[in-house]
Ligand binder design. Structure first.
Ligand SMILES: C[S@@+](CC[C@H](N)C(=O)[O-])C[C@H]1O[C@@H](n2cnc3c(N)ncnc32)[C@H](O)[C@@H]1O
Length: 239
């Protein structure tokens, strides 16, 4: 299984070998692949998206199937017992967690964490105000707010998540930079324009059509852009 460099860098100073781990927000399972490659005894890959769950199952394959379990669940209600997980990763998760859900997710990750558990939060600093991709994210968020009543993306500064988790008993261990700048490639930009169009399609035409058109215009203009930074914050729960 290929492990992206960002995941390798985030995990290379964490004690993963032989541990029970949880990937919070499994997506395509990059952190699950990294945890398995680093010798995890067991990895629970949790996602609320059934397509992502299937992708991770296929990626893990038969070779590592006995060490990995894909769990389709909401991170605000994780179907695992309290005090059982020794390493948790949230790689690129929190930017898709809206502010209203942050406390519930943080509380639930803390509940399943064993004393001394390690937590690795990897995410993106807010892009600079003048970055064109920021305009595209703004359109995506406007469409999502109107369609679903919540933003699609929120870029939390590393310091904000560090202080949030400190409130749940997690001590700060270290911070490192994973990407600087972040390469928002043409396919990332197109995927965000597509997400904006999808939310906009649920709106009345007079609202949705201009948002779709603006998403397309911005994606064409931007192409790809390298801007902003991705960080990794490591924390540990007190023993
Ligand atoms: C951007 S992806 C994360 C990428 C992934 N960690 C990786 O390294 O490949 C975000 C994932 O979090 C999941 N997710 C978002 N909110 C969730 C929630 N409340 N409960 C469970 N999964 C959630 C999404 O469905 C998606 O699978």
């Amino acid at each position: 299984m290929d492990v992206p460099e960002t995941v390798r860098t985030a995990l290379d100073d964490r004690p993963v070998a032989g541990k029970t781990c949880l990937e919070a927000g499994a997506g395509v399972g990059n952190a699950t692949a990294g945890l398995l490659a680093a010798g995890a005894d067991r990895v629970y890959a949790v996602t609320n998206d059934s397509d992502h769950a299937e992708t991770v199952r296929e990626r893990v394959g038969r070779d590592a199937a006995e060490r990995a379990a894909v769990v389709e669940a909401d991170l605000r209600e994780i179907p695992l017992p309290a005090d059982t997980v020794e390493v948790i990763t949230a790689h690129g998760l929190f930017n898709v967690i809206p502010p209203a859900s942050l406390p519930a997710v943080a509380a639930e990750l803390t509940r399943v964490a064993a004393p001394g558990c390690h937590l690795v939060v990897d995410d993106y600093e807010p892009p600079p105000d003048d970055a064109p991709v920021r305009d595209l994210f703004a359109v995506e968020n406007a469409a999502a707010e109107l369609a679903d009543g919540r933003p699609a993306l929120t870029f939390y500064p590393a310091d904000a998540l560090r202080r949030l988790f400190a409130g749940y008993g997690w001590g700060f261990d270290r911070e490192r930079t994973l990407l600087d700048p972040v390469p928002w490639t043409g396919s990332h930009v197109d995927a965000h324009a597509e997400a904006a169009r999808e939310s906009a399609s649920a709106l009345p035409d007079e609202l949705g059509d201009p948002l779709s058109a603006e998403a397309d215009r911005l994606a064409d203009r931007i192409g790809g852009e390298s801007v902003g930074a991705m960080y990794s914050v490591a924390m540990q729960l007190s023993c």
